[in-house]
Design a protein around this ligand. Structure first.
Ligand SMILES: *Cc1c(COP(=O)(O)O)cnc(C)c1O
Length: 244
């Protein structure tokens, strides 16, 4: 491997590998087909390289500018997941500037789908996997669709519109409420997402993935049907407190 990539110290690299492998073995024990996405927001590219060097390829980022910068300096076979709040003006930048963008997990409008698709179509980029975000907790500060009726025209666009050549409708994503994530019991937000999946699978003949579960609650999420967990602080350590 080229040595031009940013490198972590040996002790940091060892710590990251241990943290990652500890989470991965918990994931595997519950369901080995679940994907573990390492959420690297606010963490340096050298941290990402440390995990890359042990074979990790799926990383999640929350900020368009940060993702664009990291994607430009890091290997092109990384599969980037955008998991942050998506402003419609920024969707175009993601499509245009992150060639190896694997998924956008926070799509909450038809307009953003069209922006992602059309920018990608213009430069003939790779297909982007789309997760529609669902606001399962009903909290005002959370984004996402709130009903199946709400999602209908977006799903029609993703599954049926000849224009949407660069998007694949891969699944549903949610961020549960803090109270649900710490209750230690069945999580009602995750249950709601699973119910959305069942209805939509049937109605549109799909088999949607579910992106749910973070450091606090990834094991519970897997028990409730998650196929992709997004884990940050348990792998990389605490972040400065500031985001949503
Ligand atoms: C930051 C973030 C994560 C990771 O959170 P941790 O609690 O650090 O594991 C997962 N999903 C989303 C949408 C996030 O913004």
């Amino acid at each position: 491997m080229s040595n031009n990539y940013p490198q972590a110290t040996e002790s940091r690299a060892r710590e990251l590998a241990e943290n990652y492998n500890a989470i991965l073995s918990k994931v595997d024990k519950l369901n080995p087909s679940v994907r573990l996405v390492a959420v690297s927001k606010f963490k340096p590219s050298s941290d990402i390289m440390a995990l890359y060097s042990i074979g990790v390829r799926h990383f999640g980022e929350n900020y368009v500018q940060e993702l664009v910068a990291k994607s430009q300096e890091l290997p092109k076979d990384i599969c980037w997941h955008f998991i942050g709040a998506l402003q419609s003006g920024k969707a175009k930048d993601l499509s245009n500037k992150v060639a190896n963008l694997y998924a956008v997990e926070t799509v909450d409008s038809l307009k953003k789908c069209k922006q992602l698709n059309n920018a990608r179509a213009r430069n003939d980029g790779e297909v982007i996997n789309v997760y529609l975000q669902v606001n399962t907790s009903g909290e005002e500060q959370k984004s996402g669709f709130t009903s199946e009726e709400d999602m209908q025209e977006t799903i029609e666009y993703l599954t049926n519109d000849p224009e949407s050549t660069k998007l694949k409708f891969q699944g549903l994503m949610t961020i549960g409420s803090f109270a649900e994530s710490t209750s230690g019991e069945e999580n009602h937000d995750f249950k709601k997402l699973q119910e959305f999946k069942e209805k939509l699978d049937k109605k549109y003949d799909l088999d949607l993935h579910l992106s749910m579960g973070m450091s606090n609650d990834f094991e519970q999420a897997i028990k409730q049907g998650s196929t992709s967990v997004r884990v940050g602080s348990l792998i990389f350590g605490a972040r400065p407190k500031k985001e949503t």
